[in-house]
Design a protein around this ligand. Structure first.
Ligand code: COA
Length: 454
């Protein structure tokens, strides 16, 4: 077509696009619309009921939120006790957490053994899947590749649309077993295609935990220490679940409520987790850490760090978002239990791995930020470091490439998503269908010949 210039056309459209501008914040109050599905005090609206987990971050006294140390319960069991139990017996714990989330009880030793064997079996990816789905159409972004791979698994499932509990459980275990393998393969394909580096596709080994297999298949020489694998395992336990209201679990439940297949629901959840306001924040923390290191001369000088944090909040430094990544949470006030445990676990390895300075700097950000952020909060319940403050550091110490930080979160969270899907199928039987209040008035349709040409 004569005069066709796509770039110019897009530019024109971009200039033209601004039908509304932003909504005035007051409109939400006037219309009683819950922005971000939140109440005015920042608490989430109650969108459903769950027995899977409980994120406890404050008490309510005389209608006011009272800050408390955060606690996270999987099926009523404190996640700190779950981690402590594994530590005491010096064993891996992710399968136990996964079983607990799916089945609602702690597994007996024989049930746990059987579950681990099943997951092991599920690591065997269907013939040609890696070649056809991952190698042929790799992606720079592993979360994008994982979402596509999960959707593609639909075609390899002989009964993909059966949403009965038995079939959903089978599909859940397959996804829990397969996602780590798909993640590593997706990374290797990306390395080869986009980074021009060698690709190695190790097979998962029987008898190894999920954490051990991830490290073993990710590394060229397949070598890792027990301490490294244990650290990754603990990280996975802490990322396995976080309530029905967290964005990706909610997305999984919303999509499930239409009675569609598990692959559609989980792919959508992966898409939600990819966002920097959700699972993508651990990458942002690492970028922020590098940026602070590059601009702050003395990492032991609190005044210098505070001055730089102020610049970040003013949008004059960092990525311009005015956010101090790794700080803040929708529910936790005084502390995020996952951050507390991960910080403790991470510190055990920082000297051996040469990351003491990074640890010191993150600790300083955690100490110094609340004083700068408190004025932004809706009430005076305070602000604490969240799980992402230390998870990136842990992954760095384990030599895990940054492209896999968020995918590792997805791998661990698969158990939580599947538990929520099963619960939604079992208990709700109602399609989620909230309302959006329309703000436009009726207008008259004008024929195209009468609209003029701008
Ligand atoms: N840095 C700068 N400002 C922050 C902040 C942070 N770390 N955390 C919260 N705020 C701001 C919010 O943007 C909000 O400002 P606004 O009213 O102008 O929009 C205000 O403080 C109140 O926030 P609050 O309601 O307590 O938080 P939230 O529930 O809306 O958001 C997070 C929670 C996690 C999205 C938010 O704290 C954040 O963006 N943190 C940084 C990113 C991050 O670490 N994400 C990982 C989550 S596990």
């Amino acid at each position: 077509m004569n005069g066709f210039n796509m770039e110019e056309d897009f530019k024109y459209l971009a200039e033209k696009y601004n039908p509304d501008g932003e909504f005035d914040g007051k409109l939400y109050v006037q219309c009683n619309a819950k922005r971000g599905l939140r109440n005015a005090d920042g608490t989430g609206i109650v969108a459903g009921l769950t027995r899977i987990s409980n994120v406890h971050g404050y008490l309510v006294n005389e209608y006011e939120r009272v800050p408390v140390d955060g606690e996270l319960f999987y099926r009523g069991i404190n996640v700190a006790d779950l981690v402590a139990g594994c530590e005491k017996e010096n064993r891996f714990g992710y399968d136990e957490a996964s079983w607990l989330l799916l089945f609602g009880e702690l597994p007996s030793a024989s049930d746990l053994g059987m579950y681990s064997r099943l997951i092991e079996h599920c690591r065997k990816i269907p013939n040609n899947f890696i070649d056809d789905v991952i190698m042929r159409t790799p992606s720079r972004d592993i979360m994008n590749m994982l979402a596509r791979a999960v959707l593609a698994l639909y075609s390899y499932d002989e009964d993909p649309d059966d949403i009965s509990e038995v079939n959903s459980l089978r599909q859940s275990m397959e996804l829990i077993g397969r996602l780590p393998v798909l993640m590593v393969a997706a990374y290797q394909a990306k390395r080869r295609t986009y980074d021009y580096k060698s690709m190695y596709l190790h097979f998962p080994l029987d008898g190894l935990s999920t954490a051990e297999n991830i490290l073993s298949t990710l590394r060229a020489d397949r070598k890792f220490t027990e301490e490294e694998a244990i650290l990754l395992d603990r990280c996975m336990i802490l990322h396995a679940e976080h309530g029905g209201g967290n964005n990706s679990a909610f997305v999984c439940r919303a999509v499930t409520s239409s009675a569609t297949d598990i692959y559609s629901a989980v792919a959508a959840a992966i898409g939600a987790l990819k966002g920097p306001r959700h699972g993508g924040a651990n990458l942002k923390v690492c970028d922020m850490l590098d940026d602070i290191k590059a601009h702050v001369k003395d990492i032991h000088d609190d005044d210098e760090i505070t001055a730089y944090l102020k610049k970040i909040l003013a949008g004059e430094a960092g990525d311009g978002s005015r956010l101090i990544y790794g700080m803040g949470h929708a529910v936790y006030t005084k502390s995020d239990p996952r951050a507390v445990i991960l910080k403790r676990e991470a510190e055990r390895m920082v000297d051996e791995k040469g990351y003491r300075d990074d640890f010191t700097l993150l600790d300083a950000v955690e100490r110094l930020s609340p004083a700068l952020l408190n004025s932004k909060m809706v009430d005076d319940t305070g602000i604490c470091a969240n799980v992402d403050m230390y998870s990136g550091l842990v992954y760095r110490m384990l030599g895990i490439p940054r492209e896999l930080f968020t995918p590792l979160f997805a791998v661990a969270r698969m158990s939580g998503w599947c538990a929520h899907r099963l619960e939604e199928i079992q208990t709700s039987h109602k399609i989620m269908r909230p309302a959006y209040r329309p703000l436009t008035k009726k207008r008259v349709y004008v024929p195209i010949s009468e609209r003029g040409d701008n």
